[in-house]
Design a protein around this ligand. Structure first.
Ligand SMILES: [Zn+2]
Length: 251
């Protein structure tokens, strides 16, 4: 008997033996799970393109409750992210970064409907042509916030006093947040005042209503990277790949 049937986003897959794959899925009902997809590879692959990263699928999963590895039965493709990925190299890199972020931030077996809806909204916005760079910041900001890791933008992390409403913000690693002038000097990175405005928009708007990224949006990246690395105790791979590709392209 099937353990469950649920909607899911494919995060990644790796080969197993000659004809199988292990897929990592962000399911709507059980959070992140791993499942063996038998016959996913070879001459007549059973699932065709349904198991591509960030495809939205309806899957039937078999196995014991709480098992580390389930078995994939049916996988019906509901929505493919393929078209969004063909828009540009930036969009393709964004999608791979998006899958990596979701994977890193989703604990196994814990459903979080808000994360699932966030992921869907971001993939759909990419498809509609929203700018990949801003979408990346959007996804990071919300994943950090939903995990309780986003420092308040209006309160000093050291003394609890209000932060100036204008001007740049100084992040202090030791305090895990922004600090007022009295509690400085801060370790950085700094968040310029225009970047605060972009962040306010990110927390107020849906991902398909963000507009074009300016230099302010770019200033948010090192700050997010700092928060992400502090939480995961490692750097994600994709931002480095994106920087390397950008450097190559600039030659
Ligand atoms: Zn302070």
């Amino acid at each position: 008997m099937a353990l469950l049937t649920t909607e899911a986003l494919v995060l990644r897959g790796f080969n197993l033996g000659e004809t199988s794959k292990v897929v990592v899925l962000l399911t709507r009902e059980r959070g992140k799970v791993r499942a063996v997809a038998r016959g996913a590879r070879g001459g007549r692959p059973r699932y065709q393109s349904a198991l591509e990263p960030l495809s939205e699928v309806r899957v039937t999963l078999y196995g014991r409750q709480g098992a580390d590895l389930l078995r994939l039965g049916q996988a019906e493709l509901l929505h493919s992210a393929f078209r969004a990925g063909t828009r540009s190299l930036d969009a393709a890199l964004f999608l791979s970064g998006c899958a990596e972020m979701l994977d890193a931030f989703s604990p196994e077996g814990e459903a979080e409907d808000r994360v699932y809806r966030l992921a869907l909204a971001v993939v759909q916005a990419a498809e509609k042509g929203a700018h990949p760079e801003l979408l990346g910041r959007y996804l990071e900001a919300w994943l950090l916030k939903l995990n309780g890791l986003y420092p308040p933008l209006d309160r000093c992390a050291a003394c609890g006093g209000p932060l100036a409403t204008a001007g740049s913000l100084s992040y202090h690693r030791g305090a895990h947040g922004f600090v007022c002038r009295g509690c400085g000097p801060a370790s950085g990175p700094d968040l310029p005042s225009e970047a605060r405005h972009v962040l306010a928009e990110i927390f107020r708007r849906p991902p398909d209503a963000l507009g074009e990224p300016g230099p302010a949006a770019r200033a948010i990246e090192p700050f997010h990277r700092e928060l992400i690395a502090a939480h995961l105790e490692r750097d994600l791979r994709s931002p480095r790949v994106i920087r390397e590709v950008a450097r190559e392209a600039a030659r």
